[in-house]
Design a protein around this ligand. Structure first.
Ligand code: PMT
Length: 403
């Protein structure tokens, strides 16, 4: 699914190209950036010039390609600090594993890495490498370090690779990179709209020290909140107890139990356009909560549980309901169970995921989902939850004309 968003009119894009075979796609990327309205200047590393010539990019961009840090002629035309200030965004595509590692360490041994240090605006990278190099712990550690520094990662896609391997590591397609770059400037897709998202697990107390809960990490819901904020929405995240930092530009309400999540949701949805229930809400809670810690000496303990209120179904049942989206966490018959939830809870869309698969379920960075609506199903490939969240926001806004 590739949906164009935003526009690059009047935007200055510094396109950095490093030495990988995906550099051949950068010529197409340059053209598409220009078509989206951007003014583009190109910086290549020495290794990149082994794969594609600077002349190609000079001809396409209509400007000399910047290659060296210590090039007096280039410095006289536009110094490297000036070039870094000129750019509204630096987009490095492809970004090799080596360049990513150098970025993590703040190295400034060549022009491109120096520009990254001197930049004022956003920096986005589109990694491209062999699938084993991408999944290597060192690379993943580097990616996390860059994300913590607010550097945007346009995750690689999965598929056949130039080396013959199959897996995740291919540079994202140019068309998609242009859409993602546009989104960096704050798309107006959800401008003026309020979006409420639940995330994480709930905890249902048994006594003052024990509770019933589940393995939700909150990653999926938090990624959705970031994507909604990125699309310009006033975003409220109602979160159960998780170990994640609250996203910026998002109002986060911390709750513990299903009842608290229900109360906060009802408080927030009355003026919302969109409600997404990504939380793994406890379906049952103990009928009574012991005032004191239950003693082991009591021997075997029997618990009586009662059902919690279904939050997403309650929101869907409101007279002035927002567009209401639920998830379906299943371990078998994904679509059948998701469709049952769609109908039973009267939802507009159900996002079904298989939580029996540890690579994509609770706590993982990736997910693979099927979108289930009253008129059909659409399967999305496995991808990072951050990427998936952006695609889901795009899908919801464009397919259901929410803006
Ligand atoms: O948090 P992560 O580690 O990133 O994992 C993501 C996830 C697996 C938790 C997420 O992708 C997901 O599937 N969330 C929904 C989990 C769930 O409880 O699914 P369910 O099939 O049991 O519930 C269906 C829907 O009803 C869900 O939208 C749920 O939020 C909602 N629900 C359920 C019970 C309840 N009392 N109130 C609800 O609103």
């Amino acid at each position: 699914m590739t949906l164009p968003i935003g526009s690059l009119s009047n935007k200055r894009v510094l396109l950095g190209i490093t030495g990988g075979i995906a550099a051949y796609k950068s010529a197409d990327l340059l053209r598409r950036l220009q078509t989206a309205g951007a003014e583009v200047r190109v910086v290549m590393t020495q290794a990149a010039t082994e794969f594609i010539t600077p002349l190609t990019f000079q001809a396409l961009s209509g400007h000399p390609v910047h290659l060296d840090l210590l090039d007096t002629a280039a410095e006289a035309a536009m110094g490297h600090i000036e070039l870094a200030r000129w750019a509204d965004v630096i987009l490095i595509a492809p970004a090799t594993a080596d360049f990513i590692a150098r970025l993590v360490h703040g190295e400034a041994g060549d022009l491109l890495s120096t520009l990254c240090l001197a930049r004022k605006g956003p920096l986005a990278i589109a990694p491209a490498m062999n699938q084993a190099m991408w999944s290597n712990a060192a690379t993943q550690h580097n990616i996390t370090a860059l994300q913590e520094r607010d550097i945007t990662i346009f995750d690689p896609a999965a598929g056949y690779q130039a080396c013959g391997d199959v897996g995740e590591g291919r540079m994202e397609e140019p068309e998609q990179l242009v859409a993602l770059t546009s989104a960096l400037f704050g798309s107006t897709l959800l401008a003026g709209q309020k979006v409420v998202i639940t995330a994480g697990p709930t905890q249902e107390a048994l006594d003052p020290v024990r509770y019933l809960s589940n393995h939700s990490s909150g990653k999926m819901g938090y990624a959705l909140a970031e994507a909604a904020a990125e699309a310009g929405a006033e975003t409220v995240l109602i979160s159960g107890p998780v170990a994640l930092a609250p996203p910026s530009r998002v109002r986060t309400i911390a709750v513990t139990s299903a009842q608290e999540m229900l109360d906060a949701s009802l408080q927030e949805v009355s003026d919302a356009t969109l409600f997404i229930a990504a939380a793994a809400v406890a379906d049952y809670r103990p009928t009574t909560v012991a005032n004191q810690k239950i003693k082991k000496s009591a021997g075997a303990v029997s618990l009586t549980l009662e059902k919690t209120t279904d939050i997403v179904a309650t929101v869907a049942g409101l007279e002035n309901r927002p567009f209401t989206v639920g998830f379906a966490a299943e371990t078998e018959n994904l679509v059948v169970h998701a469709r049952d939830k769609l109908e039973r809870k009267q939802l507009d869309l159900v996002i079904a995921n298989d939580v029996s698969d540890t690579r994509i379920g609770f706590g993982s960075d990736n997910n693979r989902v099927v979108l289930v609506t009253s008129d059909g199903e659409q399967e999305l490939p496995e991808m990072r939850k951050t990427q998936l969240a952006r695609e889901l926001i795009l899908y919801i806004c464009t397919r259901f004309a929410l803006n």
